[in-house]
Structure formats: structure tokens, C-alpha cells
Design a protein. Sequence first.
Length: 149
Amino acid sequence: MTRDGRDLRIGRRWLPWRPRPRRFEAGDGLFDVAFDDLAGIAFSIILSLVLVLLAPVILLVVVLTGETLLVLALVPLAALLRVLLRRPWLVEVREHGRLLHAERVVGWRASARRIRTLAERPSHLPTDPGHSTARPALGGVPKRRLGGF
């Protein structure tokens, strides 16, 4: 919370891209299975259904775990390379998840000072919801719309 009462999130972007949140929505997954006199056939049908239904869930868990581990391995490497190669940090100001302001600052200490300055004196930041000082080219390629939507 800033002195003028605005709820802002100010910080460095650690990765050159913004990780997308992944959502998994499970379907009903409940089926009525008729049991015959042959318990072995019924058991094999149930087992095959369970395996068919669980295979996508298991695959999803494996892929998401692998992606998370990859990002966790890349963050320290990206930070180290950014510091050693003196690449600028992207300092962002967000309000309710919407990017208000972004600027590049070279150096860890300089970016920390800039974050403190923005937090202490956010009066120059836009207050109009339609206005933003963020440049779309910062942080990667702009999103393309598919099919004109």
C-alpha cells in the first residue's frame, strides 16, 4: 500500500517471459458400470477404464511437474547471467494484475533503488484505468490474436 492509498505491486521480472497459469478442470469421470456374473471380466473392464481415465491425469502431472522443475532450474541461471552480463532488469508497476508502468534499469542495486522510489512516490504513475505508461514491446513479443478474435 502506498502513501496515497493505492494498492500497487512493484518488482523485478525474473524471467524474460511471463509464465502462464495452468488450469486443470476435471470432468465428471463417473460411469455406471454393470457387473456381470463373471467377476474377472468386470474387473478387467473396470481396471481398463480406470487406466484410460487416469492416463491423461498422470501425463498432465508429469508434464506440469517437469515444466515447474525446468523453470526453477532456469530462474537462478537467468538471474546469474543477467547480473554477470549487466542486462537490464524490467521494473514493473502493476495494479490488480494490470501493467501500469514498466522500465528497464541496469544493475541490481539501481533496480532496488528504483523500486523504492516508485513505492515511495507513485504520484507520477497513471491513475486513469485507460492510461498506461507501459510500452507493449517490453518483456517480449506482443500477443497475436488468432482468427481475428
